[in-house]
Design a protein around this ligand. Structure first.
Ligand SMILES: *Cc1c(COP(=O)(O)O)cnc(C)c1O
Length: 398
């Protein structure tokens, strides 16, 4: 058996050093628990980065992948294949969009949405091409999505940025109105900002942006890559906000339940892409969409988003109780099972390290904020365990 040290040496020698990895070498997982190469268990409150909304190795997903792997993995999009159609139907039946295109990641989904928006601009708005996005957003790491992502850290080393994106303050309608001009073709925002620090907008923000977009005939596009597939307590995050219906919506992360799968979806009126306009060799791949179709069907049948709503409330209350005990916690915020705990000191790195030692995986989304995004079917007992670990650690850093 290869030892943990040997694996780490291999990584140092052969892998691009683009991330500071956490200590364990993880080899298996079931539900909320992952196991490392030395047999230690951890409670996973990162869920593969908000990907494993049904937990690790969920039976429905594992069975679908096994079954599909024995039938057909891949054909080009020139031919009909079946799992993608089943998943597209589940998305459309349970949302306000009409058409779906599958790709392989969140960045690629947003790229597709941006292409759709530019074509909309060509056809409807005299060639308008500019897309308004927000500061502290995250839309991916491709050339265009670095320009869309309003954070210096993702932009500064790669200038010049691709033109055609303007970043304005989140939760600020006036700044969108001010940035709007004859070149604007769309607005792209997250229903709740994830990587930007779990920022929940005012309840009427999304709807008022949508109304503004409608009044100017520009597209209202929601990046649901992190918030989609139940995370906020409804199948799609926007469904938690009254009167909100995106023209375009992008998905990835939890869509494939661990298989690399993204999608951009649009209403019929703005489905302007035609044969030859867009494509993807692996997009809609039979294997990844079989995982996605099984996961989505299971989620809808068993109302998993509602579990996120209930457990989210429970965890939110538990974490809020810690505020009474530790005065350096400044805010607990979030929606469903996307929750951040903010402090007035930069303790995240230290907390994440200590949590790991106590068998809990969490994320330091900001230097002063930790983020929780467990599987949506996490148990109350597991939430209690996680909060207890945080409580102990904060007690030590008091
Ligand atoms: C993670 C994320 C992306 C990028 O997804 P990748 O699959 O890493 O390309 C885009 N938008 C949001 C909101 C995300 O959270």
């Amino acid at each position: 058996m290869t030892s943990t040290k040997e694996y780490k040496d291999l990584e140092k020698k052969y892998y691009m050093q683009v991330v500071n990895r956490m200590a364990p070498v993880l080899v298996s997982g079931k539900g909320t628990v992952v196991t490392d190469n030395d047999g230690n268990d951890y409670l996973d409150f990162t869920a593969g980065w908000a990907v494993l909304n049904l937990g690790h190795s969920h039976d429905s997903v594992t069975e679908a992948i096994k079954d599909q792997a024995g039938k057909i993995l891949q054909m080009s999009n020139l031919y009909y294949t079946t799992p993608q159609l089943s998943l597209a139907k589940t998305i459309v039946d349970n949302s306000d969009v009409d058409r779906v295109f599958f790709c392989n990641s969140g960045a690629e989904a947003n790229e597709g949405a941006a292409k759709l928006a530019r074509k909309w601009g060509k056809m409807q708005l005299n060639g308008a091409f500019e897309i308004i996005t927000t500061l502290n957003s995250f839309h991916g790491r491709t050339q265009a999505m670095m320009a869309a992502t309003g954070q210096p850290h993702y932009q500064d080393n790669w200038r010049p940025l691709m033109p055609g994106f303007v970043n304005v303050e989140y939760n600020n309608l006036q700044q969108i109105k001010d940035a709007y001009n004859d070149n604007t073709c769309a607005v792209l925002i997250e229903p709740v900002q994830g990587e930007g620090g779990v920022n929940v907008p005012d309840s009427d923000y999304l709807r008022s942006v949508q109304e503004f977009c409608k009044s100017k005939n520009i597209l209202f596009m929601l990046d649901e890559v992190q918030t989609g597939m139940g995370r906020l307590g409804t199948l799609f995050g926007y469904q938690r906000f009254q009167g909100v219906e995106p023209d375009v919506m992008t998905l990835a992360k939890a869509l494939g339940s661990g298989a690399p799968l993204g999608a951009f979806c649009s209403k019929e009126f703005c489905s302007v892409l035609e044969p030859g306009d867009h494509g993807s060799t692996f997009g809609g791949n039979a294997l990844t969409t079989s995982a996605g179709a099984a996961a989505a069907e299971f989620m809808v049948k068993n109302n998993i988003p509602n579990m996120a709503l209930e457990s989210g409330k429970y965890m939110f209350e538990k974490l809020s109780e810690l505020m009474k005990k530790f005065n350096f916690i400044t805010e607990v915020r979030g929606m469903g099972l996307l929750i951040g705990l903010e402090m007035n000191k930069d303790l995240s790195g230290e907390i994440v390290g200590k949590a790991l030692e106590k068998g809990l995986l969490i994320n330091a989304v900001r230097p002063n904020m930790i983020r929780f995004m467990p599987p949506l079917n996490v148990s109350k007992d597991e939430i209690d365990q996680a909060v207890k670990v945080i409580d102990e650690i904060l007690e030590e850093s008091k």
